[in-house]
Structure formats: C-alpha cells, structure tokens
Design a binder for this molecule. Structure first.
Ligand SMILES: NC(=O)c1ccc[n+]([C@@H]2O[C@H](COP(=O)([O-])OP(=O)(O)OC[C@H]3O[C@@H](n4cnc5c(N)ncnc54)[C@H](OP(=O)(O)O)[C@@H]3O)[C@@H](O)[C@H]2O)c1
Length: 163
C-alpha cells in the first residue's frame, strides 16, 4: 500500500484559514478530481467538515479521535494506522489534508509521492503545509501555468518522489 499526499500550497506554505480554502482555482479542482478519482482518500475530520460531504467517485476515510463520530457515505478511522489498514495492499491511497494530517504523514515510509499545486499568491492563513525537504524529496515533474480569466493566480503542478 502506497500513499500519495496531494495539496495546494500558497506562499509561506499556507493551505487554509478558518477551516476553509482561501482561493478558487477551477483548474486545480479538476486536477485534484482527476488524480483522486476512483481511489481512496484519507482526510482529517476538520477537512471533512469543511468540505461537508463525501466527494463522488472516491472512497473517503475520515480520521478522528472521536469514538462516536459518523459521517454518511464515509468510513471512519481512529488513527492513521487504522486508516492505512483499511486500504488494500495493492492500492494507492491519497492523503488530502489538512495541515495536521499532512504533518503526520509526510515522513512516513508509506508516503512515496507528493503532488503539490504551488499557488503563487499570498494569503493570511492558519493552516500550513510542512517543509518539503530537498534531501528527502526529488522533484520529478513540473508544469507551470499562468493566471487566466478563470484561474486568478499563476500556479505549478509539482510532483515529488521520495529519494
Ligand atoms: N490547500 C489544500 O490542499 C488543503 C487540503 C485540505 C485541507 N486544507 C485546509 O486545512 C485546514 C484544516 O487542517 P487542520 O490541520 O485544521 O485539520 P485536519 O488535519 O483536516 O483535521 C484534524 C483532525 O483530524 C483528526 N486527527 C488528526 N490526527 C489524528 C490521528 N493521528 N488519529 C485520529 N484522528 C486524528 C482530529 O479530529 P478530532 O478532533 O475529531 O479528533 C483532528 O482534530 C482547513 O483550512 C482546510 O481548508 C487545505
């Protein structure tokens, strides 16, 4: 079982504020959808509540320490270890946030790939992506895009593999 982390990260590692995303980039939503479609996603309880519903076509595992938590259409895990056990050995799982969950998973040996949308804009945030240590992660793909009428910021899709 392998884990890919997928995240959109603005300047200063900002990924969100007040339990919400800070920008609207339709191109990135499409990119996220196509990367995760048909796969299992693991997300923190706060991120799940921010989205408010399971995303179609994908299995959602919500991680919470609350014993009696339930969310319609989702599986619940009470630790990351348990969440990983719920994914088949042959399967790729996607960790989709938020900050707390990224922080706990980026250094795990199961996490072999990072798919980062780097958003070139500054926001006041309270949720942050951890440092991507170049000693541990190799940038293997980069695609750059300019802002356009639908997507208000320049952004790049970056793929890192664990060294
Ligand atoms: N830009 C992006 O790509 C992106 C993606 C996702 C989210 N976000 C943003 O990130 C922010 C949310 O991040 P966050 O750090 O506040 O919350 P989070 O990581 O989404 O969720 C944290 C919660 O997950 C549960 N949890 C964490 N570690 C656990 C463990 N080891 N075992 C069991 N449960 C565990 C706890 O839930 P309980 O309190 O229920 O126990 C904890 O309160 C929002 O602003 C959101 O918009 C951004």
């Amino acid at each position: 079982m392998k884990i890919t982390i997928i995240a959109a990260v603005a300047n200063n590692h900002v990924i969100g504020a007040d339990n919400k995303l800070l920008w609207h980039l339709p191109a990135d939503l499409k990119h996220f959808k196509s990367a995760t479609m048909g796969h299992t996603m693991i997300m923190g309880r706060k991120t799940f509540e921010s989205i408010g519903k399971p995303l179609p076509g994908r299995r959602t595992i919500v991680v919470t320490r609350k014993e009696d938590y339930s969310a319609q259409g989702c599986d619940i895990a009470h630790s990351l270890e348990d969440a990983f056990k719920m994914i088949k050995k042959s399967e790729e799982g996607f960790v989709v946030g938020g900050a707390d969950i990224y922080q706990q998973t980026i250094d795990l040996h199961q996490t072999h790939k990072l798919i980062i949308t780097r958003v070139f804009a500054s926001f006041e945030g309270d949720a942050f992506f951890p440092d991507v240590d170049p000693e541990k992660w190799e940038l293997v793909e980069r695609n750059d895009y300019k802002a356009d009428e639908k997507n208000p910021y320049d952004f790049s899709y970056l793929t890192y593999k664990r060294k």
